[in-house]
Design a protein around this ligand. Structure first.
Ligand code: HXC
Length: 516
């Protein structure tokens, strides 16, 4: 064969591989309202940056006449490219080939990019749209999944792992995304569940659609499985590109620093008046964040799940920070099982990837009641405590208003190795709120009083004057400084600069035993 012929042959093969399951299957994919694997990669990566690997791999299954149905690439597109110029690895299930099902070959391709990503220290992004295990391959497919799960676990905390779920993701296949750091889902076409509607009907007699059982909105608000939700795939991939800006390539690096044009010493007078005088009146903690972070930019993670706590990424003087903030707008910002879980995992992500954590605290305590206790709020709250305690990245707290009880201890207090604890002047730092405290410690006096209600009010005032302020904590060094709210941005930036070279560690051990 001539040299020209050989090159032509290569080009033909490449063209063939690029259409995956063929034009008819591609049309069908579009009719389903979904993009193809390659279209998705184009949206995700910088223009023309994609370098494909294993384009010509095929499966080696011979059962069910499968040897007659070999498609170049075998329903999986893998490779590497850049996002904003930074290296990332990617794998995308191609639904046009055997419904994007996972064969032994598909699994080997995924494992190959995961291993490369770990070796060179770059994020890996998986794009999921798959009918699950390749039924014709049986147990080989299950083994393939498990090879992927193993790498998800081994590389957890080593390289950032991100999942896009843009089609079906069912059965055990859900566990790979679940093991990754962030899941992005699209509405209407994506769903994740362990068992589909038909089996649900048989076992529990529930009538439920795929969307109702495991659609993006369900996982965004009810289960908390997904971190980001979008109406269309284009916005979803833009979302992943934005997130990548805030996180480092691997656990040995720092997140990218961008040129900051928002003045470091910007003073925001409104901050002095933003929090209502009445401690029981809600306000939106997001307004506080918007006034402090660079350019009012905040990428909120799990915005619809356990909204009584907010987590997400922002920047201070161009440097990425992880934000944990109680949200008084919902349930007065109380801590409960879901919000503790949500914050704990985020704190661990930030710690694993060298992202300083800034905590904005306004917390009345842990949610009481049988629902929470039966649900294990003790163990869930302990997760948050554990996560903050073991974190060695710079950790700063700003106590905005309430810092009560166990919740005060948990939310990056001084004793959990909080590096700098600021408090605003109207904050109340105490074992509990003035009313509850007065009812307990002055109960005899109140009962004996001629007018118990008046007596109680007096005692509440007495308690508030004595303890419900930041100065007792400041006098003992539990709070480093009481600051005027309007200069919070400047103070945080200065503290972060001071902590930039912080080194801290934990006792040597195989691993701890977080209360799961
Ligand atoms: C092989 C599959 C497949 C699979 C779909 N296809 N799933 N081929 N193995 N798992 C093929 C179909 O035969 C069809 O081929 C093509 O992909 C497109 O599928 P459609 O059904 O036409 O598409 P759609 O109507 O969009 O439905 C998508 C679907 C459905 C909901 C995913 O295909 C489906 O229910 N598939 C089976 C899902 C499943 O039960 N998987 C196993 C789960 S158990 P043709 O040639 O007709 O175009 C599991 C265990 C993992 O995954 C455990 C890990 C630990």
């Amino acid at each position: 064969m001539s040299r020209e012929r050989k090159i032509l042959e290569l080009k033909e093969k490449i063209d063939k591989a690029r259409v995956g399951g063929g034009d008819v299957a591609i049309d069908k994919q579009h009719q389903r309202g979904k993009l193809t694997a390659r279209e998705r990669i184009d949206l995700l990566l910088d223009k023309s940056s994609f370098e494909e690997m294993d384009m010509f791999r095929t499966h080696d299954c011979t059962d069910f006449d499968m040897n007659k149905k070999k498609i170049l690439g075998d329903g999986m597109v893998t490779g590497y490219g850049t996002i904003h110029g930074r290296l990332v690895f990617v794998y995308a299930f191609d639904f046009t080939v055997f419904g994007g099902s996972l064969s032994k070959t598909v699994a080997e391709k995924v494992v190959k990019v995961m291993e490369k990503a770990a070796k060179v220290g770059a994020p890996v992004i998986g794009i999921n749209d798959s009918g699950g295990a390749r039924i014709q391959e049986g147990v080989d497919s299950l083994a393939g999944y498990t090879e992927i799960f193993l790498r998800n676990v081994l590389y957890s905390g080593v390289i950032p792992q991100i999942s896009a779920v843009v089609g079906p993701c069912a059965g055990g296949a859900v566990y790979s995304p679940a093991l990754t750091d962030f899941i992005f889902m699209v509405r209407k076409t994506a769903y994740m569940f362990l068992t589909g509607p038909k089996i649900v009907k048989t076992v529990t007699h529930e009538d439920v659609t795929a969307e109702e059982l495991g659609g993006a909105d369900v996982h965004a608000s009810k289960s908390g499985i997904t971190h980001f939700t979008y109406d269309d795939e284009q916005s979803l991939f833009e979302g992943i590109r934005s997130l990548i800006n805030y996180i480092p390539q691997n656990n040995m690096e720092e997140a990218p620093v961008i040129v900051n044009e928002d003045p470091v010493d910007r003073i925001d007078e409104d901050l002095n008046y933003l929090v209502p005088d009445n401690v029981n009146k809600p306000y939106d903690m997001k307004d506080v964040l918007m006034r402090i972070l660079d350019n009012s930019e905040f990428i909120e993670v799990q915005a619809l799940y356990a909204p009584n706590i907010m987590i997400g990424f922002g920047r201070l003087n161009g440097k990425s920070i992880g934000v944990v903030a109680n949200q008084p707008k919902y349930l007065a910002g109380v801590l409960d099982s879901n919000s503790s879980n949500k914050a704990a995992r985020f704190v661990r992500f930030c710690d694993a990837f060298n992202i300083p954590i800034v905590t904005f605290e306004d917390v009345p305590g842990f949610m009481p009641g049988t629902v929470q206790e039966f649900n294990g709020v003790i163990k869930h709250g302990a997760k948050m405590l554990y996560a903050y305690a073991e974190a060695t990245v710079p950790k700063i707290t700003v106590i905005i208003r309430k810092g009560y009880g166990g919740a005060f201890c948990v939310m990056n207090s001084k004793q959990l190795r909080g590096d700098i604890i600021y408090a605003w002047p109207a904050s109340e730092i105490a074992v509990m709120g003035p009313q509850g405290a007065s009812e307990i410690i002055f109960s005899k006096e109140i009962k004996a009083a001629k007018n118990p209600q008046e007596k109680l009010q007096g005692k509440i005032e007495e308690y508030r004057d004595k303890f419900a302020n930041p100065y007792v904590a400041a006098s003992k060094g539990y709070v480093d400084e009481v600051i005027e709210p309007k200069i919070t941005r400047y103070k945080l930036i200065k503290a972060l600069e001071m902590l930039a070279n912080k080194r801290d560690d934990n006792p040597p051990k195989k691993h701890g035993n977080i209360p799961l």
